[in-house]
Write a protein that binds this ligand. Structure first.
Ligand code: SF4
Length: 486
């Protein structure tokens, strides 16, 4: 095989950063910058730079034994025909065309595809466009004032470029979070009841927040209300390469959260799980606990382009071509359709056969691609909805060795990739109170278990433990924990 060069999009988040993947004769991969890419102008964050590590080719398997993709599809068809209590999960980590193909299989079984984001199930459907639909990234640069509810450096690094441009154009930035952000003109540590009065937003403002499988729906509602009351536009950042496309293409259908799906398996209401490029072991805070849950299934069918941890637990793996080699497109957070240069359709062809075996219609890549193009978000229109009733978000009483653990999501966390951020941040007051030793560790205990982790001292609020990696004791965006010196 001669060297191949693929034009593709980084799967680390929904920014839509373009790049080239070079595959040499031995199958070794390298990343090349794509200066013409509008979302990132050739720049990549450290996740994007490590992409060869992310692409590990999947092998089709049946019952733990290597099989052809055709045999894996036939085995999956037999398991799914007439099966009850089936759930499907696709978070948006593959092309829009594959997501649509997956939806067609769901249609054939009269079930829905879950994107794993609980917030969509908890907000009224008229609010879905406000969350699912983004706005042009260039508009950030023209905003007069920006309220940031994310840490762009950690979570969506290529946002920083847009925010710097906005500042050069005269914008002021107010950050609402847990630690001072250099980029911000003001840093506020305030609760939702003060958002409207303290953030100084109006119709020339943009609120930047995010929505992902562990987002507290109440936080989404609070931001929607803030946008409604102030007239500001909202931009919900998202964590997977096709998060926007997946949401749009699954619209109108039920969305179970990832944790709800895992609860369903534990309670026995879900007996068969079919996933598309979505690994619950990587996505859940506690991989071991998630593995224990998946082992309760009668059947686990994994359709994937990667060799993830879940493949080893699956009864059937339908291994498709790597993401960069697929024919297809992704919809980024702006609603732009970004095309892959690959021509592989083994995933779509496998899903077409599966859909037909289950009584559905055949489809091909071109038909799916045309449907995706019909669904393009053309331009931002202000979504219409009414003020939402919000519950109080629960946090722990700080003190007496108790605090709140906040895990800030980032691309490394979603794909369980090695990262150097293997510490939590606490302030000096907590170090003194808990008697933490220099170079020592802190023990965190929640309802989900106990973990020992390295710490570093930062200027964060008292009682807050901030983590940039997933921790097995986390149960949501914010987790009440007991803490002591390890
Ligand atoms: S992880 Fe996100 S910000 Fe980083 S290169 Fe990939 S798409 Fe861009």
């Amino acid at each position: 095989m001669k060297e191949m060069i693929y034009q593709t999009v980084c799967p680390g988040c929904n920014m839509g950063c373009g790049l080239y993947i070079r595959e040499d004769e031995e199958g070794m991969l390298a990343v090349d910058f794509m200066k013409s890419s509008p979302a990132n102008l050739g720049k990549l964050c450290r996740f994007g730079m490590q992409l060869p590590h992310h692409y590990s080719k999947a092998t089709s398997m049946v019952g733990g034994v290597e099989a052809s993709i055709e045999d894996a599809v036939q085995a999956a068809s037999i398991k799914l025909k007439g099966a009850k209590n089936v759930a499907m999960l696709a978070v948006g980590a593959t092309t829009s065309e594959e997501h649509l193909a997956f939806c067609r299989i769901a249609d054939a079984m009269s079930i829905v595809v879950n994107t794993g984001i609980r917030a969509y199930g908890e907000i009224p459907s008229e609010c879905h466009p406000a969350v699912g639909m983004g706005l042009p990234l260039e508009d950030i640069e023209q905003a007069k004032r920006i309220a940031l509810f994310v840490d762009p450096y950690t979570q969506y690094p290529l946002l920083v470029r847009r925010l710097r441009a906005a500042k050069r154009n005269g914008a002021t930035i107010v950050a609402v979070g847990w630690q001072d952000m250099n980029l911000a003109d003001e840093n506020k540590y305030i609760g939702p009841d003060q958002y409207e009065s303290e953030l100084g937003l109006d119709s020339d403002s943009i609120i930047i927040t995010d929505v992902h499988p562990h987002t507290d729906p109440e936080q989404v509602k609070q931001v929607l209300n803030l946008a409604l009351m102030t007239g500001a536009r909202s931009l919900f950042m998202k964590p997977f390469v096709d998060s926007t496309g997946a949401q749009l293409l699954s619209k109108g259908k039920g969305h179970k959260g990832l944790r709800e799906l895992m609860d369903g398996i534990n309670e026995g209401s879900i007996k068969t799980l079919v996933t598309l490029n979505s690994d619950p072991l990587e996505l859940m805070p506690n991989s071991d606990e998630a593995a224990g849950t998946l082992e309760k299934l009668d059947t686990l069918i994994v359709i994937t382009s990667r060799e993830g941890a879940v493949n080893k637990l699956a009864h059937i793996v339908i291994g498709t071509e790597p993401l960069y080699a697929k024919a297809g497109s992704f919809m980024n957070v702006e609603g732009q359709v970004l095309n892959n240069s690959g021509t592989g359709t083994s995933g779509i062809d496998a899903m077409s056969t599966l859909a037909q075996n289950l009584g559905g219609a055949a489809f091909d890549f071109q038909a799916l691609h045309n449907k995706v193009l019909e669904s393009i978000v053309q331009e931002y229109t202000r979504p219409k909805y009414r003020e939402l009733v919000c519950k109080l978000m629960e946090t722990a009483e700080v003190g007496d060795g108790r605090g709140n653990l906040v895990c800030v999501s980032n691309p490394f966390m979603w794909f369980d990739q090695p990262d150097d951020n293997d510490f939590v941040m606490v302030n000096m007051n907590m170090v003194k109170k808990l008697g933490l030793r220099k170079g020592g560790m802190i023990t965190l205990t929640s309802d989900a278990g106990t973990v020992n982790v390295r710490y570093t001292v930062r200027d964060v609020p008292d009682g807050l433990i901030l983590s940039m990696k997933k921790l097995p004791v986390a149960t949501g965006s914010t987790t009440e924990v007991a803490m002591e010196a390890a």
